[in-house]
Design a protein around this ligand. Structure first.
Ligand code: UDP
Length: 240
């Protein structure tokens, strides 16, 4: 168990892609089980843990619009994909003994609680892990924006953005071998240089409300707990 964590309440944004593991689509059982055990480790270090889950491993709005779908309809499908991921993650966590609540911004009460801010905070106080599904509940938004919004609403100390890359780079490190990683960045820098930390709506929400973001590689075991401990695991975005 961790001795002392830097953050006491965290909002973790998990992109749908990280659930795929090595496969190109869907949910990889070994990957989700490994993530679940790391999430429980974080919770066991006495940190209030809320997760916003993405849906990109199943469906993104732009996949629908590319084939001519109406944008709002495609986005609702994307939001439904996040619900599927949320249920899978809840199941993986519960099989390892955690207490979990899935809270959905879209009303789908047979499978998830509706979003009621005070109730969500109460769950955290009781030590339950929260999974926020359906993003913001509105088309034309992303789960990154949902992460920023919910972080503010639950008074989180930080947004932890768990991705496949170990931070923010000057360029795409896959395409450009000279790309270097930032240890820290200001919101304004990230926005003006279009560094792709999160979309601009999500970033400006964090900037306007002084909500720091830590971008780290969630696919490497142990990084999640280190991020919560405040160890230098990736890129910290905050106002200087
Ligand atoms: N989405 C939406 N409103 C929201 C959040 C998500 O319409 O508030 C839709 C959107 O189509 C998006 C999809 O859900 O492409 C999946 O979310 P996202 O792309 O953020 O998932 P991730 O890339 O993190 O897996």
């Amino acid at each position: 168990m961790a001795s002392s964590t830097k953050y006491k309440r965290v909002l973790l944004k998990l992109s749908g892609e990280v659930l795929m593991g090595q496969s190109g689509y869907g949910i990889d059982p070994d990957t989700i089980n490994r993530l679940a055990s790391e999430l429980i480790e974080v919770r066991d270090s006495k940190v209030d843990l809320a997760i916003v889950i993405g849906g990109g491993n199943i469906f993104r709005g732009n996949m629908g619009t590319a084939s001519g779908m109406d944008r709002a309809s495609a986005d609702y499908m994307g939001m439904m994909a996040t619900v599927m991921n949320a249920i899978a993650l809840q199941d993986a966590l519960e099989r390892q003994g955690a207490k979990v609540r899935v809270i959905s911004a879209l009303h789908i009460k047979e499978v998830a609680e509706p979003y009621i801010r005070r109730r969500a905070v109460r769950h955290l106080e009781k030590g339950r892990i929260l999974i926020f599904a359906s993003g913001t509940g509105n088309p034309y938004f992303t789960t990154d924006t949902a992460a920023s919004l919910r972080a503010m609403e639950i008074n989180a100390d930080v947004v932890l953005k768990g991705t496949k890359v170990d931070g923010v780079y000057t360029a795409d490190p896959v395409k450009d071998p000279t790309a270097t990683r930032y240890d820290t960045l200001t919101f304004t820098e990230a926005l003006t240089k279009q560094l792709g930390v999160m979309d601009a709506t999500a970033m400006s929400l964090c900037r306007d409300n002084q909500m720091p973001i830590v971008v780290f590689d969630v696919t490497t075991q142990g990084q999640m707990l280190k991020a919560v401990m405040g160890e230098p695991v990736g890129t910290v975005v905050q106002e200087s």
